[in-house]
Design a binder for this molecule. Sequence first.
Ligand code: HGY
Ligand code: MN
Ligand code: MN
Length: 427
Amino acid sequence: MRSQAIAPPPTALSIDANRLYDALDALGRVGAYDDPYTGLRGVCRLALTAADGAGRAHVVAEMRSAGLAVSVDRIGNVFARRPGREDDLAPVMIGSHIDSVATAGRFDGCLGVLGGLEVVRTLNDAGYATKRPIVVAFFTEEEGARFGTDMLGSAVATGRIGLADAYAMRDATGLSVRDELAAIGFLGERDERLEPPHAYLECHVEQGPVLRASGLDLGVVTGVQAICWHEVTIVGKAAHAGTTPMSLRADAGVAAARINLKLRDMVSSGRFGAELRATMGAIAPHPNLVNVVPGRVVCTVDVRNPDDAILERAEAEIVAHYGEVARLEGVTITHRRTARTPFVPFSSRVRERIAAAAKARGLSSAPIVSGAGHDAQELSRLCPAGMIFVPGEHDGISHNPRELSTEAQCRDGVNVLLDTLLSLADE
Ligand code: HGY
Ligand code: MN
Ligand code: MN
């Protein structure tokens, strides 16, 4: 490392926005596909698939080219370390994820990881060594879209989910987390339980319309709303669509539809306030044929609310409804709770640093609750954690190839990430 400069004032340094945007574009080409519905290039890097493995290898190579020492833990989380002047101090960690849903854009998660890398590159260019070490990290299966529970890697790293339980999780085809980690060469040896960092920062696209609609440059995230996921299995009776009288049917497809409409009715009833969000994202009928009454449906329920007590009430009503639908349709309904996280508040100290850094750059910001789950909520169990939200175009759409944040929006978010990092890494 070149000679150590005196700590520059936080706003003396700025990132190379063009380099950041090029890095986002390059990673966005890994696991890219031509989306038939939007006509755009989408990203599909479901956790631990070959595409995710290629994305991981791409980012690890970038981390190493920035002079970082890379290690992989037993759940495939990747940590890239930059030494500090006082190298035995706890590091400041910047992280997020690079796995994606099947119809993703190139910003969700990637902005946080490549933004962290850009912060390191900016400090390298300035020949500046922070007092504390810096770690840039990405966590395994943040999306939960393949193995069924979100923030899997960061939940293992922070002790919410045990390693053995995580290894045993299987995707819809029966492939296990452990085998798939080995298959892509990311079954690491580093202990999966993370030593508490000094602080954790994550820069992420908002994935919603709030910041863009209010003309704000950034969001200072106050916390993540409570999340509950169910996998619901409905077993009826496959039968001939033409010869089977309606009175003799046990139609799993109609049962799933009743549950889906119930979700919508609960939201529109107002009985759970104005913030309840409920979604049946996956619906898989079997045998899924035009002339067969569906004998079986596996579907999912995703319910969220900033208020834990309201979410509890909503979940209880949904579970009671499973019983009502089973009786009405003559089917059996079982469910498995696959994710359940409470509302998680972020550190007021870190939030203040983020807000001050935005103000020092003349950027407008406001507090905002996160509708999406993030690795930062898991890391907040170990250390003070905070998030910076970046606005998105097209109403901030995400989990869709139309996801788009401009170079300037990404630049502002990562500059504030840099400033906040400096203020924490030099204390
Ligand atoms: O579902 C979520 O909130 C996140 O995208 N994993
Ligand atoms: Mn994300
Ligand atoms: Mn996501």
